[in-house]
Design a protein around this ligand. Structure first.
Ligand SMILES: [Ca+2]
Ligand SMILES: [Ca+2]
Ligand SMILES: [Ca+2]
Length: 267
């Protein structure tokens, strides 16, 4: 009898270890992708669950936290793959600094397939940050909700709860600048064309924000851009390409030239 009581005690002590198990890194991984975005624009991040080295997944829960000074959460939705295979239990909660989800399949024939990478959610944020070139992380967290929702995966039909590997997503804000402000002093004037000519032909310093010197945004910085600036200023020539010479803004979306803006100017 004493022996049985001892076994029961051992079982009770071991039970939490059986229910929540740290798994080896790589067996289950949840992660968000990285995106670049411009101030005031919506940006979509996708949340993935990779169980390519694990078993079928019967449920999941997590919190995803962001910096509310840099990003505003606009929407959380299920990806197409999950929409067609919605869990029997699905609870989504939105907070100022993040969101949580708790999901579970109850029928044994419904689950996330093993040996795959699943896109689970699409999350839309608006970029609020005013600091140029700022990066803002969106990370898994176990701090949101009452009680807090932990980051866990329910593995296999037996329902073992495991803690997955986790990787943050990063939203990088596209730099903004005035097109034509080649020397980065905040104004577009003759000094910018002179700066560009010296940079090109007299071993002058490189432009602080290259893309600002590509006045026609044709993907090449050359003497034509200096001439473009002079014609615009003194001969009624065309205005420099968007965002233009008067207001700061990002490079046009979809432009594939290699110019960046290492040191964005004051705007
Ligand atoms: Ca300037
Ligand atoms: Ca050019
Ligand atoms: Ca460009």
């Amino acid at each position: 009898m004493a022996c049985r009581r001892g076994s029961l005690l051992l079982l009770v002590l071991l039970l939490p270890m059986v229910l929540v198990t740290e798994v080896a890194s790589g067996q289950y991984e949840v992660y968000l992708n990285d995106r670049a975005a411009s101030l005031g624009e919506p940006v979509n991040l996708y949340l993935y669950l990779d169980n390519s080295a694990g078993a079928a997944v019967m449920g999941w829960s997590w919190g995803v936290c962001h910096d509310p000074a840099a990003l505003e959460l606009l929407a959380v939705s299920e990806s197409n793959a999950i929409s067609g295979n919605l869990p029997d239990f699905y609870s989504l909660a939105i907070y100022a600094d993040g969101w949580t989800v708790d999901a579970a399949y109850e029928l044994p024939d419904a689950y996330l397939q093993p040996h795959a990478s699943h896109r689970i959610n699409r999350v839309t944020y608006e970029v609020l940050a005013t600091e140029l070139g700022e990066e803002s992380q969106v990370c898994f967290c176990s701090t949101l909700g009452t009680p807090p929702v932990a980051v866990t995966i329910t593995e296999g039909v037996g329902g073992t709860t495991v803690v997955p590997g986790q990787e943050c997503g990063v939203v990088t804000m596209n730099p903004i600048f005035k097109r034509g402000d080649c020397n980065g002093d905040g104004a577009v004037d003759l000094a910018d064309s002179i700066y560009l000519l010296i940079s090109l032909f007299s071993a002058g310093p490189p432009p602080p924000c290259e893309d600002a010197c590509d006045l026609d945004d044709d993907g090449a910085i050359n003497i034509g851009d200096a001439v473009f600036g002079i014609l615009y200023l003194f001969q009624g020539g065309s205005e420099p390409a968007l965002p233009g010479p008067n207001e700061c803004g990002p490079d046009l979306p979809g432009m594939t030239d290699s110019y960046g803006c290492n040191t964005p100017p004051e705007c």
